[in-house]
Design a protein around this ligand. Structure first.
Ligand code: HEC
Ligand code: HEC
Length: 325
């Protein structure tokens, strides 16, 4: 934060410097100094003013957010809640929050101690570090209320209300209140494990500029109580499965693909391919990671999440992907 503030002040000083230079050039006696100096310094003033504006905006929204207060409740932690939470966390969170293995990638196994620097690993380290959190009671969540963990998932902000880089871009704000409480119940039931290293976001000045220029997607605010559609093999419930199944974070909110962005390459529309499969072939492909024609899914397609779903949930996903979006 302090380095970014320093850079921002330097950029503001440079803007001011070029602004003064422009003024002096315009006031100059000689015509060529007026025109060339005025234009050159004027242009630089504009460029640095734009950078200052984006930087200041990113700084203010990043470090002084106006998040709604966290709800105040204590999750009961019934066995049903813990079991439901375990199901969702194994599908939705393990792929990023499991402890990192020797290859520097998440191990996809317990414990949920995090430590994966997703920004460096996925090629957008230029905006800073984004390191997954330790979700066991041995990490910083021990200091969070149940309502504050709920708000991480619903609003993408931390205990202080500051915006979170990766978490705010995931579609968990659309999960039901009951499922978010189940997730909290499960995380609270885990044995405490200590973190292996630093966690959380540390934006570089480029990251602050990205945020200020609106290039880091911000979630739509969600208010009120959210209930899940009735469970069943319907497209509506399938869309809900695609939400906690993490699919919509990559394939786009309506699962029709995503163009390439500074945060990663393009992700295809899975619907034409799924349309060629039977429900059994679809379920088989997600249980094994291999398509019916024998080609495995690539590393960038985390089918392992879906491999842990029940047959009913995979069938709902199939119904959703074969319905008109
Ligand atoms: C795509 C990777 C990814 C997935 C999937 C993911 N997380 Fe995270 N999570 C992160 C990263 C990275 C951070 C560090 C802060 C940030 O950039 O959002 C984080 C931070 C957190 C935090 C700490 C927030 C804070 O206040 O500092 C919590 C709690 C959390 N995640 C819970 C979850 C839960 C629960 C799930 C599953 C429902 C989940 N995450 C799924 C990447 C992920
Ligand atoms: C981390 C990003 C990511 C997530 C999460 C993700 N996918 Fe994918 N998916 C990809 C990429 C990249 C490809 C293309 C590579 C490939 O085909 O192996 C792909 C390919 C596919 C394909 C094959 C498309 C074809 O034409 O062969 C299907 C089907 C699919 N995804 C469905 C899903 C479903 C269902 C989920 C949720 C359970 C999901 N994806 C989650 C990134 C993702």
């Amino acid at each position: 934060m302090f380095i970014n503030l320093l850079v921002l002040l330097i950029v503001l000083a440079i803007t001011f410097f070029f602004g003064r230079l422009t003024y002096r050039a315009i006031k100059a006696q000689r015509m060529w100094v007026k025109i060339l100096g005025g234009l050159g310094a004027g242009l630089l003033t504009l460029v640095f003013a734009a950078v200052s504006f984006a930087g200041a905006r990113g700084f203010i929204t990043g470090y002084f957010p106006g998040a709604d207060p966290a709800p105040e409740f204590t999750v009961e932690g019934t066995p049903e809640q813990v079991a439901r939470g375990e199901y969702i966390v194994n599908i939705a969170c393990l792929g990023c929050h499991s402890a990192i293995g020797e290859d520097g990638q998440p191990s996809r196994a317990q414990p949920l101690t995090g430590g994966w620097n997703i920004a460096q690993s996925e090629g957008f380290g230029f905006i800073g570090d984004m390191i997954t959190e330790n979700l066991t009671p041995g990490g910083k969540l021990a200091e969070y209320t149940d309502g504050e963990i709920f708000r991480v998932l619903r609003a993408g902000v931390d205990k202080n209300g500051a915006g979170l880089g990766v978490m705010s871009s995931l579609p968990y704000n659309q999960l039901s209140d009951d499922d978010l409480k189940a997730i909290v119940a499960y995380l609270r039931s885990l044995p405490a494990e200590s973190s292996s290293g630093p966690t959380g976001d540390r934006f570089s000045f480029v990251g602050v500029l990205f945020a200020g220029a609106g290039l880091i997607p911000e979630p739509e605010p969600v208010t009120g109580v959210i209930t899940a559609p009735p469970a069943g093999m319907t497209p509506e419930y399938g869309q809900y499965v695609a939400t906690f199944g993490e699919c919509r974070g990559c394939h786009g909110s309506d699962m029709t693909g995503m163009p390439a962005s500074p945060f990663g390459p393009a992700v295809p529309n899975p619907r034409p391919f799924v349309g060629t499969l039977t429900q059994e072939e679809f379920i088989q492909a997600f249980r094994t990671g291999i398509r019916p024609n024998g080609t495995p899914f690539t590393e960038s397609m985390p089918w392992q999440n879906a491999s842990k779903m029940t047959d009913e949930d995979l069938a709902a996903l199939f119904a959703y992907l074969t319905a008109t979006p």
